[in-house]
Design a binder for this molecule. Structure first.
Ligand SMILES: Nc1nc2c(c(=O)[nH]1)N[C@H]1C(S)=C(S)[C@@H](COP(=O)(O)OP(=O)(O)OC[C@H]3O[C@@H](n4cnc5c(=O)[nH]c(N)nc54)[C@H](O)[C@@H]3O)O[C@H]1N2
Ligand SMILES: Nc1nc2c(c(=O)[nH]1)N[C@H]1C(S)=C(S)[C@@H](COP(=O)(O)OP(=O)(O)OC[C@H]3O[C@@H](n4cnc5c(=O)[nH]c(N)nc54)[C@H](O)[C@@H]3O)O[C@H]1N2
Ligand code: SF4
Ligand SMILES: [Mo]
Length: 752
């Protein structure tokens, strides 16, 4: 059997295209803009949140291509496959074309088409009623992306205080908190990683090359091209791991043990940056006392990585410091101990002394824009509902799951309506059963989306947004080596005149809710131009070029840059008094993950290089590149189960939730105590025909999660599955199949 299953061959081809891009072509686009009558419009991509600058190419009045903008530092003139495929989202067949009001039972996906006036009058009447009876705090807003700005602003001007983005506690929240607790600052996006100058790069999970954050992948390709040393710890031989000098197939959930053992070697052998620790470190002695107990021999038993390998890789890291970077990761909500895992990563970096140093974390700058004068928000006596009593003491943004909990329990006060912008909460939040139960408790659900997503299927009102190539949004002001501002502007009109931009929706909503002063400008360009011109920059230049990049400034201590740490001690906190005071471990202590129940293995997930989460499976271009997902199963495990390559299986988790059928991909490149699946497939909304029931949903299987006690972030890799061979499993019950509890049939898997 081919040890490299189809999916991997495809991943490798794609990554080869990307890794080779720097040397070969100026863009990944299949179609370069032709000379002649083409018109190009500079804007920035929102197929994901890297926000690369691109050029929309219009030919004969139609959107012809979307290619990289060479002036833009987030793309360097090249887009990833998803950005290049953005025109597919413009022509996506099942886009919502008009506002919709629900006619059938909730979740039945039955709507009638209405005018904007009707839809917004209905929304305003329902929200005003809730405000009158319970207060505006009982209306919550969920958001993802820059387009949310004016809708959120309208709602906040009217009294909304609960506003949360799942991209915090379901993504990079615990990482940023881990860094705040250590260095006094989070890393944000794009992260200030100087991969361009790194000599040794350590990836813990972070699967660059499948995770397509554009310039990071470009710098990674350059790093590999010049022979940089790569160390990858991942239970799976990811695309990145296939390029590594050392692949450490760490047992899932044991990263803290591995990182602590690395630190043990570096501390006990005196390999760390002693000058940096002396000048900038706080509590190093207490930390060192603890870390001396975390020996490689101890960690070997936990992680499955031989002690000699742990020692060798630790020494390799120290050999090139400070140009050694332990990648902090991005999606860090894995096991429910993730802010501590992030602390461990932050501390290992601190031992390299790489803060503000070439090849480590560069010092960032930004281009300042002028604020546009807008009236302040009303004060709320009730406060927010997502984190009552500061239960999660280090959460520094709102918790989406906290709002869901308040909706379910009515505590600290009832939440009666959700307004949801560009986040598919049924997919995004852990345990979709809880999300649906919370929706059941709502008086009113408004969803602003481009397509008929799952969450839209449950809405009382759906408002159709224009996609990013069809609209203005606020200016993107970015921290980076020099910093820059980028403009989003329409390349083509939306296919339907009823598909409106977020700012317009926000303005109408403000009018209908009786707070018209919240958005005083009649056209968003008034607002955009004012912010740019008042900052002394040229709006005409921004419109023409798409970006204005700031001046060169020092990025490193060597260039005269200053480093300071906004922690209580003013230093890098190896030992954290504030964590201790809050009742948690002041040093990152490893806790062994729960073992798999009999007959089950752990489910771990990641990204497809050609899709973004669950939002692009209905994009015809990207759908063509990858219509469905597959489940990776290690060959020894498959042999034990009698599962053949390509055979359809279902996954049933510890809570009896069964997936849709999905093809098995047998591989040598995965530990046999877990299976791997790309997240974002297995859609259940009939309103999007291309993605409906294609593949299996990792979201639905994520029913058992742990909550990080420091930040409230929720885990994704804490579920176990049995592998059921088709057709032995009960016949599919279409849309509901993924939420159906286990029937009588017994899992056919034995534990690996
Ligand atoms: N193409 C594409 N690119 C994207 C996105 C996308 O949807 N599509 N999304 C973007 C976003 S929002 C994010 S947050 C990032 C996410 O991308 P990353 O932050 O890079 O990755 P994760 O999804 O957290 O991690 C996935 C990897 O971790 C490994 N892994 C699983 N469990 C463990 C473990 O216990 N230990 C270790 N060491 N490794 C483990 C998996 O095998 C997999 O290779 O990607 C961004 N880039
Ligand atoms: N099980 C599991 N859960 C996860 C993750 C995981 O890997 N596994 N990843 C986590 C991470 S890292 C992140 S960042 C979050 C991401 O979570 P979300 O941001 O919620 O991502 P999606 O599920 O793709 O939902 C995006 C929704 O926005 C809609 N949309 C797309 N473009 C537009 C637009 O221009 N305007 C409007 N109004 N709507 C639009 C899409 O149709 C879709 O309904 O999910 C988190 N949740
Ligand atoms: S990384 Fe790709 S999808 Fe994300 S913004 Fe850039 S081009 Fe668009
Ligand atoms: Mo994310």
């Amino acid at each position: 059997m081919d040890p490299l299953p189809l999916s991997r061959r495809r991943f490798l081809q794609i990554s080869a295209a990307t890794f080779g891009a720097a040397a070969s072509s100026p863009t990944l686009s299949a179609t370069a803009p032709a000379a002649g009558p083409d018109k190009t419009v500079a804007t920035y991509c929102e197929m994901c949140f890297w926000r690369c600058g691109g050029l929309g190419v219009v030919r004969e009045g139609k959107l012809h291509a979307f290619v990289g903008n060479p002036l833009d530092p987030a793309s360097n003139g090249r887009l990833c496959p998803r950005g290049t495929g953005a025109p597919g989202s413009h022509v996506e067949p099942d886009r919502v074309r008009t506002p919709l009001i629900r006619v059938g039972a909730r979740g039945k996906e039955e709507f009638k088409s209405v005018t904007w006036d009707e839809a917004l009058d209905h929304v305003a009447a329902r929200l005003q009623k809730i405000k009158a009876e319970q207060g505006p705090e009982s209306v919550a807003f969920f958001k993802h992306g820059i387009g949310a700005k004016f809708i959120e602003h309208a709602l906040k001007s009217w009294g909304v205080v609960n506003s949360a983005a799942p991209s915090y506690a379901q993504c990079r929240g615990p990482r940023d908190v881990g860094f705040v607790l250590t260095y006094g600052t989070g890393l944000g996006s794009p992260e200030p990683l100087d991969i361009a100058n790194t000599k040794t790069l350590v990836l813990i999970g972070s699967h660059l090359g499948e995770n397509m954050h554009n310039t990071q992948v470009q710098e990674f390709a350059e790093f590999l091209g010049r022979g940089g040393k790569l160390i990858v710890a991942d239970p799976r031989l990811s695309v990145a791991a296939s390029k590594a000098a050392h692949w450490l197939p760490v047992k899932a959930g044991t990263d803290i043990a591995l990182i602590n053992a690395w630190m043990n070697v570096i501390v006990t052998e005196g390999l760390y940056d002693q000058a940096f620790v002396k000048e900038y470190g706080h509590g190093f002695e207490e930390f060192a006392r603890f870390i001396r107990t975390q020996t490689p021999d101890w960690a070997a038993a936990e992680t499955g990585i031989p002690a000699a390998t742990i020692r060798a890789t630790a020494r390799a890291m120290a050999a090139t410091r400070p140009a050694t970077l332990i990648h902090p990761g991005r999606r860090s909500n894995w096991y429910g101990d993730d802010s501590q895992r992030a602390r461990a990563v932050a501390l290992l970096n601190a031992l390299m002394g790489n803060w503000g140093r070439k090849g480590g974390f560069f010092l960032q700058h930004t281009v300042k824009l002028a604020p546009y004068p807008l009236p302040p928000y009303p004060k709320s006596a009730k406060g927010k509902a997502d984190n009552p009593g500061g239960k999660y003491p280090f959460a520094d943004e709102e918790l989406s799951t906290g709002i869901r909990e308040a909706t379910l329990t009515g505590q600290p006060y009832p939440i009666k309506a959700w307004v949801v912008y560009s986040t598919n909460l049924v997919f995004t939040l852990p345990d979709p059963r809880k999300t649906l139960a919370a929706i059941d408790k709502l008086d009113f659900l408004v969803v602003i989306d481009t397509i008929g997503s799952e969450i839209a299927g449950y809405a009382d009102v759906v408002l159709p947004e224009a996609m990013f190539l069809e609209r203005y949004d606020d200016i993107n002001s970015v921290w980076g080596r020099r910093g820059w501002v980028a403009l989003r502007q329409p390349v083509v009109p939306a296919p339907s005149p009823e598909q409106k931009p977020g700012w317009w929706i926000g303005k109408q909503l403000a009018n209908k809710l009786g707070v018209p002063q919240a958005i005083p400008f009649s056209d968003i360009e008034e607002y955009l131009a004012a912010r740019v011109e008042k900052a002394g920059l040229s709006y005409a230049q921004l419109k023409r070029d798409g970006v204005i990049v700031g001046p060169v400034k020092p990025n490193y201590v060597e260039e005269g840059g200053k480093i300071e740490f906004d922690t209580p001690s003013g230093k890098v906190e190896f030992f954290s008094e504030q964590i201790k005071k809050a009742g948690f471990d002041p040093v990152p202590r490893y806790v062994r993950p729960a073992p798999a129940p009999a007959g089950m293995v752990r489910l771990i997930t990641g990204r497809s290089p050609v899709h973004t989460f669950g939002r692009t499976q209905g994009n015809p271009i990207l759908h063509d590149m990858q219509p469905t997902n597959e489940v990776w199963i290690a060959t020894p495990l498959a042999a034990k189960l009698g599962v053949a390559d390509g055979q359809k299986v279902r996954l049933r988790n510890q809570d009896g939730i069964t997936s849709l059928p999905v093809a098995a991909r047998l591989t040598e490149r995965l530990r046999p105590d877990c299976v791997y699946m790309v997240y974002g497939f297995g859609h259940t909304s009939r309103m999007s025909r291309l993605s409906f029931e294609m593949g299996a949903s990792a979201s639905h299987l994520n029913s058992s999660y742990r909550t990080d006690p420091l930040t409230g972030s929720t885990s994704i890799h804490t579920n176990f599955v049995a592998i059921l061979k088709e057709p032995a499993a009960p016949p599919p019950k279409p849309a509901a199949a993924q939420a159906v509890p286990a029937g009588a049939s017994t899992p056919t898997v034995t534990e690996a």
